[in-house]
Design a protein around this ligand. Structure first.
Ligand code: TMP
Ligand code: ZN
Length: 400
């Protein structure tokens, strides 16, 4: 459904970039389902009033999340990142044995496993039926559904208030931001802390990471837009950090209003606000990326080219660039749920990591480029010396 106004302030939207019609990125079809994928317009906009970057065409979350092939546990660096986040909250906000924690968008329970190890009482909320099942099999208590004000009321009735709420890389996936925040207010204990991490839109624009754009990312936050949203709901950011995760992320710690900001310098960490020129440059560079990416395959026709990693962002990148199984023979991914399936829209088969030892490609494109530090050494160990590893975006870092 096309949105007429901003999801945060109802202001007017201005188009930054249209990527055309795209399939959903976290449902990987089986052979039999090929060609049945629905495609929806994917257009990035910015609000003229509050500057929140967002999509203007909304695919209902009911179409996206109930069967979801993304598993946090499939990426070891992500598990480490989540564990470090929990450790940070323990040190800075005094979480301890017996503390009650709600993980919103808990996925397969990777954070909650660690919290449990630390003696805390964890509860997860997650809409993905198959993912909830996985988490329950790991002994994690889960509520299946989208976190809304309505669900928060039910959770509150049954479980009371929580000392900490975690919401990691999921706020972008929330359609009704105000309803979500009202839910947060309902279940957060008076002295409780919210730990929230989102992708940083400034990094996305500066580094031309257009592959972070997909239908389930309804909003793209900066520290400024995040602050505005929280403040509107009587929540105060007491600490903010930036980290390089997923190409650049913002992590904030927030409390009910009335608490003092621990870290008064955080506002200075906000870069210069993005302007029209930045968005124009971004759109142009995305077009250049497509041209050069396509030229690479033309030049290397007949060579064996494979991909490593079948993340959501590879679906955007490949579909936008129009690169499919004629150009890329297969893609390797460690996610059990994705193996034996194909890339949405472009139908490149996804195979087990073990396959790496059998293939002798000329090129291996690292689509999970956000984990390059961990994956490149692995590829160098296993692939023949003659295989060239290609990392998208490496040359696309621009300065403001
Ligand atoms: P993400 O960037 O959205 O977290 O997705 C990363 C994808 O890459 C996910 O499908 C798991 C996959 N992956 C591997 O196949 N091997 C690896 O070593 C890592 C870290 C991730
Ligand atoms: Zn707005």
């Amino acid at each position: 459904m096309k949105q007429q106004s901003c999801r945060l302030c109802k202001g007017r939207l201005q188009t930054i970039l249209s990527l055309g019609d795209m399939p959903l990125v976290n449902y990987f079809p089986i052979e039999k389902e090929i060609g049945q994928e629905r495609k929806y317009p994917l257009t990035l906009c910015v609000c003229r009033s509050c500057s929140l970057v967002q999509l203007d065409y909304i695919v209902s979350p009911d179409k996206i999340f109930p069967v979801y092939h993304y598993e946090s546990g499939a990426s070891k660096p992500l598990v480490v990142h989540l564990e470090q986040m929990v450790e940070g909250a323990i040190t800075m906000f005094g979480l301890k044995k017996g503390s009650k924690v709600l993980d919103i968008g808990a996925n397969d329970g990777s954070s909650l496993m660690y919290l449990k190890k630390k003696g805390m009482k964890g509860l997860g909320v997650e809409p993905g039926k198959n993912i909830v099942k996985l988490a329950r099999e790991r002994g994690i208590q889960m509520v299946e559904g989208f976190f809304t004000k309505k669900l928060a009321k039910t959770i509150h009735k049954k479980h009371g208030l929580f000392d900490a709420l975690f919401a990691t890389h999921m706020l972008a996936n929330v359609v009704d931001l105000h309803d979500f925040m009202e839910g947060i207010k309902l279940v957060l204990a008076p002295k409780g802390v919210i730990v929230l991490e989102v992708g940083d839109v400034e990094e996305m624009i500066q580094k031309v990471q257009f592959d972070a754009i997909y239908h389930e990312h309804y909003s793209y936050f900066s520290l400024a837009s995040l602050t505005k949203l929280l403040e509107e709901h009587g929540l105060k950011i007491v600490r903010a950090e930036k980290n390089p995760f997923h190409g650049g992320s913002i992590r904030i710690f927030a409390k009910h209003d009335g608490f003092k900001t621990q870290d008064s310098r955080f506002k200075k960490r906000e870069g210069r606000p993005l302007g029209k020129k930045n968005y124009q440059e971004f759109a142009e560079k995305v077009g250049e990326f497509r041209k050069e990416f396509r030229a690479f395959f033309k030049k290397n026709k007949g060579k064996i080219i494979v991909g490593y990693g079948a993340p959501a962002k590879a679906v955007t990148l490949l579909n936008y660039c129009g690169i499919g199984k004629k150009e890329i023979q297969l893609i390797i991914d460690t996610t059990t749920a994705k193996q034996g399936r194909v890339m949405p829209g472009v139908h490149i088969p996804i195979v087990f990591e073990e396959k790496l030892r059998e293939i002798k490609p000329d090129y291996c494109i690292l689509f999970a480029w956000n984990y390059k530090k961990e994956i490149v050494p692995k590829l160098q160990r296993v692939l023949p010396k003659t295989t060239k590893i290609i990392i998208p975006h490496k040359k696309y870092t621009t300065k403001r």
